[in-house]
Design a protein around this ligand. Structure first.
Ligand code: F6P
Length: 448
């Protein structure tokens, strides 16, 4: 009878629970687009409610890095991305051992890039350092550093752990990735982010539609047309972006994306360029509250109104959506946006809050309170792995639709307490109440 091989308990790999923290080890020679991708992954995960951080290391993680990561995970964060070269198998083994001992997931991401991409990355890096010190031949320095590091580089083997390899190119046809052993939702999300090429210099134009007839009345949702002031905004926006009356050197969007609703389509009608109406850019579905004013929601569904104020991010309108749902819905739009430049997106208050949250790095709970005013053009420019937002009010009068969270969010609050922060709007009962309404009502707020 043969004896069964015994494994010492301390050497047996402990199974890693699905929810265990994840350590991502970035691997690659200089100028392969590692940092840009590392920060893109962290931004995306944080936007989607995870808690990720990039740990910048000189060439490879050290014992200090591991201590910092352990502390980071103790504070309920869940993804550590180590941005360094990790060229030798030994440097990666240190991390693999750390993860297996602490029972963390470990993912390796190895970067290379096409010759053209490498050339552009080197040019960008040389320009950056040249601005700091003009007395150094940075081009030569980089070449020498590349030669030195290439000699040390041991490519990752799939046996080292779950592995994604990325060959960077700004050209989507040449950009490629492979994945081995990728596991679970977070790693799959990372795979999705890396599959889309990183375009270094990007500009996006974002705007809400012009003021609608419903905005004037303080009604939410629906498919109303533009008000006369909304039409004026559409003309002003067109003048800003290559339409009639614009300056020859003004920006001209290469792509125009709207929702499928009338008010966004009408807003871009005079702006030249190919346009697409995208369902995922439609406003939040307010379910049984579609077409009502905030006052009517308080009157008919006071509990729902209070619950929404208590947790606006997670609250889902009955038969409708929550901001959490919306974030999921616009994820693919944001990913598509990042693979392009010079795109104009004309959408709605809640949807644009979710999109702006990506660029601003807003935590989920604060997303429903981002201020995206009507009649304002937002210009988003990439700046390394960060984004800058320029706010350009186009100075066409309009109502304010921004309602801040009231102090009293309890379900037993008075109507006055529930309505304190409702923005002013004109009075008007709805001619034909939608069937979902359970009682008739009259709006009572007047414009101040
Ligand atoms: O008021 C305009 C509007 O776009 C509504 O259609 C939509 O329900 C609302 O804004 C979303 O904003 P909030 O989440 O603050 O109610």
């Amino acid at each position: 009878m043969g004896t069964r091989p015994t494994v010492k308990p301390e050497l047996a790999a402990k199974p890693c629970p699905i929810g265990a923290p994840l350590v991502v080890t970035i691997v690659g020679l200089p100028c392969r687009g590692k940092s840009l991708a590392a920060h893109k992954v962290a931004r995306h995960l944080n936007w989607r409610g995870h808690s990720a951080k990039v740990f910048n290391v000189e060439s490879a993680a050290t014992a200090d890095t591991l201590r910092e990561i352990s502390l980071f995970f103790k504070e309920s964060n869940n993804v550590a991305i180590i941005d360094g070269m990790h060229l030798t198998r030994q440097s990666r083994q240190l991390l693999a051992t750390f993860c297996s001992e602490k029972v963390f997931h470990h993912l390796l991401i190895e970067f290379s890039c096409t010759d053209k991409c490498l050339r552009e990355n080197i040019d960008d890096t040389v320009a950056f350092y040249h601005n700091l010190d003009q007395n150094v031949d940075w081009e030569r320095r980089l070449r020498e550093s590349n030669e030195l590091h290439s000699a040390l580089f041991e490519a990752c083997s799939p046996l080292e752990g779950p592995l994604i390899t990325v060959n960077n190119s700004e050209d989507a046809r040449l950009h490629s990735i492979t994945a081995r052993g990728v596991l679970g939702a977070i790693q799959t999300a990372i795979l999705g982010v890396l599959a889309i090429p990183v375009i270094r210099h990007r500009t996006f134009y974002l705007s809400r539609h012009g003021e609608s007839d419903y905005n004037v009345l303080g009604r939410i949702g629906g498919d109303a047309d533009l008000s006369p002031r909304g039409m004026k905004y559409a003309e002003r926006l067109a003048r800003q972006l290559g339409g009639p009356g614009s300056a020859p050197d003004c920006p001209k969007p290469k792509l125009i994306w709207t929702s499928e609703l009338r008010r966004t389509i009408r807003t871009v009608q005079n702006i030249p360029g190919p346009r697409t109406a995208i369902k995922d850019l439609n406003e939040i579905d307010a379910g049984i509250c579609e077409g009502l004013t905030y006052e009517e929601i308080q009157e008919r569904f006071p509990q729902e109104f209070a619950w929404r104020d208590q947790d606006k991010f997670k609250y889902r309108y009955p038969h409708g959506e929550s901001y959490l749902d919306l974030l999921q819905r616009v994820d693919s739009v944001v990913q598509a946006l990042l693979a392009n430049t010079d795109v104009l997106v004309v959408s709605h208050q809640a949807v644009l809050r979710c999109i702006m949250a990506y660029f601003k790095g807003t935590r989920p709970d604060d997303v429903p309170y981002i201020n995206v005013p009507l009649h304002t053009l937002l210009i988003v420019r990439s700046y390394g792995y960060d984004f800058e937002v320029e706010t350009v009010p186009l100075k066409v009068e309009c109502v304010d639709t921004y309602r801040i969270q009231p102090k009293n969010c309890s379900t037993t609050r008075t109507t006055a307490d529930a309505l304190t922060t409702v923005p002013a709007h004109f009075d008007a009962p709805i001619a034909q109440p939608p069937p979902a309404m359970v009682a008739s009502s009259q709006a009572t707020t007047t414009i101040s």
